[in-house]
Design a protein around this ligand. Sequence first.
Ligand code: HEC
Ligand code: HEC
Ligand code: HEC
Ligand code: HEC
Ligand code: HEC
Ligand code: HEC
Ligand code: HEC
Ligand code: HEC
Length: 433
Amino acid sequence: MRRGKSRILIISVVFLVSAVFLYTGPADAGSYLNSAHGDSTYGAKRSATGFPTDYPTGLCAHCHEQHASIGGSEPAPAGGPDKYLLFNTSNVSQTVNVCFNCHTDTGSYQAGGSLLNRCYSFRAGGWTLDTLDDILEAFSFTSPGASHHLDDISTFIDGRWGYTSDSNPCAACHNPHSAQGDPPNAPNSAKSISTRGWPVSRPSLHSRDNDAWGLWGDDIGERMSDYVGGLLYQAPYRYGSTTTFEPDGSTTQDGSNLTDFVSFCTDCHNATNTIYSTTLGGTLELIDWVTTGGESGGDKHGKNYATGGIDIKPPFLPTNYRQYVLSCTDCHEPHGSPNDYLIRREVNGSVLAGTVGSGTKDFGYLCRQCHVDDTNYSGRPNFWEYVHHISPDHPYTPNRCRSCHGSGGNPPPPIRCSLCHYHGSSAANRRTF
Ligand code: HEC
Ligand code: HEC
Ligand code: HEC
Ligand code: HEC
Ligand code: HEC
Ligand code: HEC
Ligand code: HEC
Ligand code: HEC
């Protein structure tokens, strides 16, 4: 437990537990008080018409109401309590969810009327110029762009890992009683070595008793360096730097300071789970991040190894090819992005030169953050002749151009990247992702 917590708060928590939650076990005071919500200085504090102004910050009642009324009047919003006695309906839609009642920059029930949060590229990438500043906004992207679809997540978790149809979809990835800020109470700062906290919990470790459900990433054994074992995790650069690295701006590069987001995301996205996406209008590609075997294995960005050679930019080194294993969050935002597929806007130290939408070469904006495009070959950025036709392990011999490129123009018209590059893809007898 952190120092400086008031004993009064513990007493009031215990009081509330007995007064309000006689029907079920209490939230563990230790992890709760260490969480962003339970902190007595900056934690949850509801401010609404009819809501008592003297409830101390961090009190359970800022989220839970045993009855619709407190002290004889019903505080806004009217109509509670909902599942788990939450003060508002737990989840209605992509943009209406009890968490958004506080986690929004305008009209927030959090005291002050605004609660600012940031994207992963801001916090871990150090891209502090980003203007996205709240969680509701992060879940509101539509095409081009995408957000993790909350209803689909609810459907997917119902019946797994102790979740039910009453579970809040945000609680697929966060324990509301334990989640910490990283950094806490500093909406305009990137992650730093001196302010680490751990926001997520692993879905497959979920327990219906939130006290029994720990954080993920906070302990040894839960980091990317643990996931890769004898292979190599290489932290991408921080924004605008070639000397500091994700996620915390230190010189650590091996993922020993990064949550094992592969195990986290692959609880759901793996080679066996069938997942329906309303946004994409079908079931998702299966993702095999573990099987080795080169052209007969899984994704080469995972534990499978690249073959032949890689045309790669720093801090990745061509000589280490076969070794690298990437984190899902090296390319993806967890909540949403103005790029399709939740692709990050800042990757490996700089901002993508264009939006990843439906354009023929849009994927190239992402690839060139790490891979070598034609800039050093013909001077053309986001052209890809070198890796496909020139490099020592090029897959395609450039003759009868039309048979692949179609007709017209010199250079010939580009071929849509997404025909050959996606999770699980192969082309020319090579695994191409
Ligand atoms: C699929 C998993 C997933 C879901 C679902 C999810 N989150 Fe997150 N959330 C994450 C990850 C991953 C991070 C980044 C963790 C890190 O930086 O270590 C994060 C970060 C956060 C943060 C911290 C942002 C900041 O400013 O640094 C907040 C707040 C948050 N989530 C709230 C929510 C809310 C509210 C919902 C539901 C509307 C939600 N999350 C749904 C995975 C998820
Ligand atoms: C009564 C208002 C309130 C509600 C409702 C609320 N939160 Fe928070 N939440 C906060 C405050 C205040 C913080 C601390 C903000 C900070 O550190 O800057 C916070 C912090 C967090 C953090 C840690 C990251 C951070 O910003 O520090 C996560 C993750 C989070 N909330 C998720 C959720 C989820 C998921 C829900 C819904 C189940 C939820 N919150 C509902 C007020 C609320
Ligand atoms: C930031 C909002 C928030 C705060 C503050 C909060 N809770 Fe919760 N609590 C939730 C949410 C959301 C759920 C439902 C989680 C789910 O959908 O799986 C929940 C679930 C519960 C449950 C049922 C699940 C379980 O773990 O047994 C209990 C009991 C509970 N809360 C007690 C408390 C107590 C006691 C406190 C204060 C010490 C507290 N809560 C503070 C949001 C909050
Ligand atoms: C090198 C960058 C990169 C990494 C690392 C990466 N992805 Fe992706 N991901 C993409 C791109 C590009 C797409 C769009 C092409 C596609 O659909 O596969 C995508 C698409 C997806 C999709 C949508 C699939 C569909 O059916 O369209 C999911 C789900 C996904 N990624 C999850 C993950 C998970 C989980 C991890 C980690 C195990 C991960 N990604 C690692 C770049 C990446
Ligand atoms: C965050 C950095 C990063 C991004 C972004 C990225 N890659 Fe990679 N890619 C790598 C690394 C590192 C390897 C080497 C993996 C290994 O050592 O096994 C690799 C390997 C590959 C390979 C295997 C090459 C071989 O010779 O076997 C292909 C194909 C590939 N990437 C395609 C892409 C495409 C297409 C994109 C864009 C959609 C992309 N990559 C985006 C870092 C990245
Ligand atoms: C609790 C299960 C769960 C976890 C954990 C989870 N996802 Fe998802 N994800 C889903 C579901 C369900 C969908 C389908 C709905 C949708 O399209 O958003 C999805 C869709 C996606 C998509 C496609 C979104 C689109 O519309 O293009 C991407 C990309 C993705 N997830 C990446 C990730 C990454 C990266 C992580 C880890 C940070 C992760 N997911 C963790 C359940 C999960
Ligand atoms: C067997 C299929 C194939 C043949 C034949 C082929 N190419 Fe390509 N070429 C590709 C692929 C795949 C790419 C990568 C996608 C892209 O960049 O358009 C590519 C990329 C290129 C690019 C970069 C285009 C861009 O906008 O990124 C140029 C230039 C190019 N090829 C020239 C040629 C020329 C000239 C010929 C004939 C002498 C030729 N290619 C024949 C498959 C082929
Ligand atoms: C017709 C199929 C096809 C298309 C279309 C295609 N590629 Fe490729 N690409 C390949 C193959 C095959 C490889 C070789 C994989 C290997 O080395 O094992 C490759 C390799 C790559 C690599 C990895 C180079 C390395 O070894 O480091 C990148 C990056 C890449 N392509 C980007 C793109 C981009 C960007 C586009 C769209 C402009 C594109 N590709 C279009 C088939 C294709």
